[in-house]
Design a protein around this ligand. Sequence first.
Ligand SMILES: CCCCCCCCCC/C=C\CC(=O)SCCNC(=O)CCNC(=O)[C@H](O)C(C)(C)COP(=O)(O)OP(=O)(O)OC[C@H]1O[C@@H](n2cnc3c(N)ncnc32)[C@H](O)[C@@H]1OP(=O)(O)O
Length: 358
Amino acid sequence: MEASQKDFENAMNQVKLLKKDPGNEVKLKLYALYKQATEGPCNMPKPGVFDFINKAKWDAWNALGSLPKETARQNYVDLVSSLSPSSEASSQGEPGVHEKVPESEGIVVTSEDGITKITFNRPTKKNAITFQMYNQIIEALKTASTDNSAITVFTGNGDYYSSGNDLTNFTSAAGGMEEAAKTGAVVLRNFVNSFIDFPKPLIAVVNGPAVGISVTLLGMFDAVYASDKATFHTPFSSLGQTPEACSSYTFPKIMGPAKATEMLIFGKKLTAKEAWAQGLVTEVFPESTFQQEVWTKLKRYAKLPPNAMRISKELIRKSEKEKLYAVNAEECTTLQSKWLTEECINAIMSFVSRKAKL
Ligand SMILES: CCCCCCCCCC/C=C\CC(=O)SCCNC(=O)CCNC(=O)[C@H](O)C(C)(C)COP(=O)(O)OP(=O)(O)OC[C@H]1O[C@@H](n2cnc3c(N)ncnc32)[C@H](O)[C@@H]1OP(=O)(O)O
């Protein structure tokens, strides 16, 4: 039996009540079926290649060809009823289309026992770093540089440390792609400069896999403690991108050019042990005792005289600072142009439309 108009309307209301985001792939299907059911075959002009979201929506609708309106309505109802009632989605306007689900706070900052802790806090998105989080982190580092804490620690909530740059930062940016790339380069440069300038010991507690910029930034940290379930992956070439966070300078310095090439150019994923052997990680702990051992150690370190630690860090960093600023500037300029290339746009589009994963 075919779905009635009433069934269709009920399904649309059900989408609004879902509790979990069903993901972009399902949302695109819902969008396409909704348009086909209400307007018939796609007769809109094809959006430009840089208009990521509208192009993905157009592709999904156009793929339905001449599917009859009634069948599209039935398929829409079936798809909605197949979604778990505990899935979350909030929807206004056309049902199920690219609404921003309210996220938990992107980062959480706490201060205790002489330690300021900055936690990536988007576990459902593997702690991918949004445009807003870059700015929040810049602010958090500014505050931490003058607060009462002796050391500052980054870690992740959930199973990932961080999956790196949120790949929808560009597809959801207002304005054209060129404008987004320009803004991205400025944000990235300020973000990395705030790590170059950070005056206190900066420690990473890598609780799980780390990808992209969350790995390259480790070259800016003073110590990196990792669980043995952590991995370190910089798939820049597959993304049509190039290294950032001064890693084109720090990684060859830390592990030698040959090993840096394997990571930064060929995208070799390292285990925690391999990252330790190459000097990127200070110490690796078994997952079962990781949290307890690391925080006990860090609480002890945070009791050391803070001024001595700060001045020692200054001595270590001082001779490198000008070089790091210059490398950061060049990496950002390079990325600004890479983000506009077909290689990069196709890689991001593939991820957004869920055709590709690392
Ligand atoms: C104007 C804009 C200014 C912005 C400022 C720009 C500054 C940029 C600076 C740096 C540029 C690049 C450096 C990088 O970091 S490149 C690396 C980018 N990261 C990736 O390529 C990772 C992509 N993710 C994956 O391959 C996989 O998700 C995973 C990490 C291997 C995990 O796989 P999984 O099967 O275990 O889980 P999955 O279902 O895929 O993920 C769960 C949900 O999380 C979402 N998600 C994961 N990673 C990202 C990401 N990086 N960006 C956006 N979303 C991500 C994923 O989509 C799932 O969501 P949903 O459930 O489908 O809704």
